[in-house]
Design a protein. Sequence first.
Length: 366
Amino acid sequence: MKSFTKKQCHKVDYCELKQFCKEVFMALKLSKADALISAEVLVEADLRGIPSHGVGRLWRYVNGLRTGQMLPEPHTEIVRETAGSIVVDANGGMGAPVSSKTMQMIIDKAETNGSAFGCVFNSNHFGIAGYYAMLALEHNMVGLAMTNTAALGVPSFGRQVMFGTNPLAFCAPANTEKAFVLDMSTTVVSRGKIEVYDREHKILPENWAVDKTGHSATDPGKILKDMFYRHGGGILPLGGEGTQHGGHKGYGLAVMVDILCAVLCGAPSGADICDTETSSARVSHFFGAIKIDCFREPAEFRADMDKMLRRLRATRPAEGEERVYYAGLKEFECEKTVIEQGVPLSLATFDSLKKIAEEFKLSFPS
């Protein structure tokens, strides 16, 4: 979870913040239902301690909808469908509503067929991948979600962007333990995190990104600009430079996401996906749901998940560390705290939201 001191942030009520974002989206001509989904996905990121994908990005959606890069009322179309699969053309709409609806259709198919998978193409940024994977949890299913993005990552030993941050999420339900929710980019960090560093005027840590020479980059504003204009340089794959710390594995995972999201349904992939000054990259998503009772009794599965996750939590921590976590646990604990105490917003994010409120003549949460 991103930590802020009292002087560095404002805290805003979760429900009020979600309502505010919903009203902004409705002012931009989204239907009430689509506005609610879009707001929920954004605020959920902050709720789970992922400010890089939270309401700090609201201005990006406002700009996209205002300029026509994102369409508020797209003609979404199912272009291919079987009992266990679906391919959806988002036709330039917002990523969150079409992704949520597609994942629900996949869950419905999995209820009947045991498992189902689907692609969405010609779409836009969909927020945190974990939101969609987690929709499967209440149905006694394993959930999967991933997306490609505009090319921002450099291959191992490369210096030119050739794939996106390409996040993936996988979740599995437990019983008394919190669900296992892996939600990660396949690059060292997402562009959103570099944008956070740029907004807060902070220097990038070593081994996050390389400049156009292929050497470590520390200026977030410069690397964001160089990636946007394809001057060279970009974000390193998970594992960092070269192969010593497994950078080639992150590189492979990023390409795998591109194959499932784009090549599988015939959409643009890799370096063919780019943002420009007048248009937003059209990206693709992949979703899946697997019904647990096709393999064993869900209650037995959940009991064994409890046992596994409890043992992970009970692992002796390294010297100087307080405890051991498993994927998703920190986020669930953050969620509880934020609901009780309010969503922490950096000063830059708070100011940008107030400007949006003034522009649309909406009241902003105190």
